[in-house]
Design a protein around this ligand. Structure first.
Ligand SMILES: *Cc1c(COP(=O)(O)O)cnc(C)c1O
Length: 485
């Protein structure tokens, strides 16, 4: 399988080559040259597989430069109930991504039902562990094979950073330099990241917003000489390895919620950088019977605006709201370019032209282009949610079902409700556990969220992080001084 850039001016690559990189050298994002199609026979055979075996079947359609036996072993090592053990009481950890019905709906196919797809049972209690744990094992495998090392540079609004650090901690040949927005993460998120004492983990809190941190990562990655000399790798949302790993749970969720492969489902996805829902889009392009992908945003509603109006207008960091679903406080959705590449018929010239407008601080408008009509064929609907909606949804979900959901999942539930339909079930992707955002849970419920075993004293552990200005050169100096030698 060859991978090509959305901007069309980078050499084609294989999976292992793009795994350790970030943006393509032309500034675009890598995508497979075609999406593998799943047949009815595939779906029938895959329905009964374990999560690890399903992951192997799907990933092997995208990865042909790792021997099958090795890829299978990596999947089996990654997707174990011991790693994804932090389930809600009563959920089955062996499913890895259990489905919890809030309303069972009608009949064996749960028409009209409402379910949570639990994706946050891994070590950092957010869905990012689903892909990042795989990435940690893939990195180790590929670096060992090549006798190479890498310095991972990333930006996080909270959940990516901790997931990356827990996936890479102690892995030889790997160092992690993780930029986070100073003072903008929850106490729990800060404690998760900054309490890691591993020698290969460096936390850098920049005095700005997430988008400023991400711009620094982009600037460093665009300095090709620096990137090559210091072997800079990426694990942020644009990493193809993460997107491809996320495709698996759309299939697992579909099988978990349906009784037959004739049936359709809707999937609601709390969205920020468009990485999660981009995997859903690809699953749908492969032939998984997803009827609608429901894109849920918070007050930072760039994506909702696009799907409603056809206008993509990224905001500046000054226009980015700080919200109680902070992992969605994103105003330039970095994976969105992958979807737009498909939307414009995979024409890199069109993508280049649209992103020229975006990168010069502007926007683009698909109205009066053929792409506005094409959009309807991709099955997206959307909506946004506010702090008051979040509190209301957390309260209503507790009252009706006895379940405490996190703030991002609450955004998903709120937007899903507006698009609910008696013909199909809707699965809301549960992207984090409530304990990560307990300030808001207390505000909504006046009680503490449930804490999985092993997280009792997290905030009282000693913490370690460097505070720095939003300055590319300062960050580069720090990396130079601390890279693997
Ligand atoms: C990262 C994150 C999101 C947003 O996912 P994207 O892939 O960036 O769209 C939503 N919810 C939680 C809890 C997250 O950590």
């Amino acid at each position: 399988m060859r991978y090509l850039s959305t901007r069309g001016r980078a050499p084609d690559q294989q999976f292992c080559d793009i795994l350790l990189g970030g943006l393509a050298p032309d500034g675009g994002l890598y995508l497979p040259e075609t999406y593998p199609k799943v047949s009815a026979a595939d779906l029938a055979a895959w329905r009964t597989l374990s999560y690890a075996d399903l992951a192997f079947e799907i990933l092997s359609r995208f990865i042909d430069d790792i021997p099958a036996a090795d890829l299978r072993a990596i999947c089996q090592k990654t997707y174990t109930p011991a790693v994804y053990c932090n389930t809600r009481a009563g959920s089955d950890a062996t499913a890895i991504t259990p489905v919890t019905w809030l309303e069972a709906g009608n009949g064996p196919n749960h028409q009209g039902g409402l379910a949570l797809l639990e994706l946050s049972n891994g070590p950092t209690l957010a869905f990012k562990d689903m892909a990042m744990q795989l990435l940690g094992n893939l990195f180790e495998y590929v670096l060992d094979k090549r006798g190479e090392q890498t310095n991972i540079l990333g930006a996080t609004s909270g959940d990516t950073g901790s997931a990356a650090e827990y996936a890479m901690r102690g892995k030889h040949g790997v160092r992690v330099f993780m930029l986070s927005p100073h003072g903008r993460m929850s106490a729990f998120q800060r404690a998760q990241m900054y309490s890691l004492q591993d020698d290969n983990i460096f936390n850098i809190a920049v005095k700005g917003m997430f988008d400023d941190a991400q711009d620094i990562v982009k600037a460093v990655s665009n300095d090709h000489a620096f990137k090559a000399k210091y072997k800079i790798g990426a694990v942020n949302s644009i990493n193809w390895g993460r997107v491809v790993a996320q495709i698996v749970y759309y299939f697992a969720g579909y099988f978990g919620a349906t009784a037959s492969n004739e049936q359709q489902v809707d999937m609601a996805v709390p969205s920020g950088n468009f990485g999660n829902i981009c995997a859903g889009h690809i699953a749908r392009m492969m032939g998984l019977p997803i009827r609608q992908l429901i894109c849920a945003t918070n007050e930072n509603d760039v994506l909702d605006e696009f799907f409603r109006t056809g206008v993509y207008r990224p905001r500046s960091s000054a226009e980015t709201h700080v919200t109680s679903s902070p992992s969605m406080d994103i105003s330039k959705a970095s994976n969105f370019e992958r979807f737009v590449f498909d939307l414009v018929g995979r024409d890199p010239a069109v993508v280049c032209q649209l992103w020229q407008q975006v990168e010069s601080g502007g926007s683009f408008d698909l109205n009066d282009t053929p792409y506005r009509d094409a959009l309807a064929g991709f099955g997206f609907v959307s909506g946004s949610s506010s702090h008051a909606d979040r509190l209301g949804t957390i309260r209503a979900t507790k009252k009706a079902y006895g379940i405490v959901v996190d703030t991002h999942t609450a955004d998903g539930l709120k937007v899903a409700a507006a698009h609910r339909d008696a013909a199909v079930p809707v699965l809301v992707l549960e992207t984090a556990q409530a304990v990560k955002f307990e300030e808001t849970i207390r505000e909504a419920l006046n009680e503490e969220p449930p804490r999985p075993e092993g997280f009792a004293h997290l905030e009282s552990l000693p913490q370690r992080c460097e505070v720095m200005a939003v300055d590319v050169d300062v960050i580069k100096d720090f990396i130079r001084a601390h890279v693997v030698d």
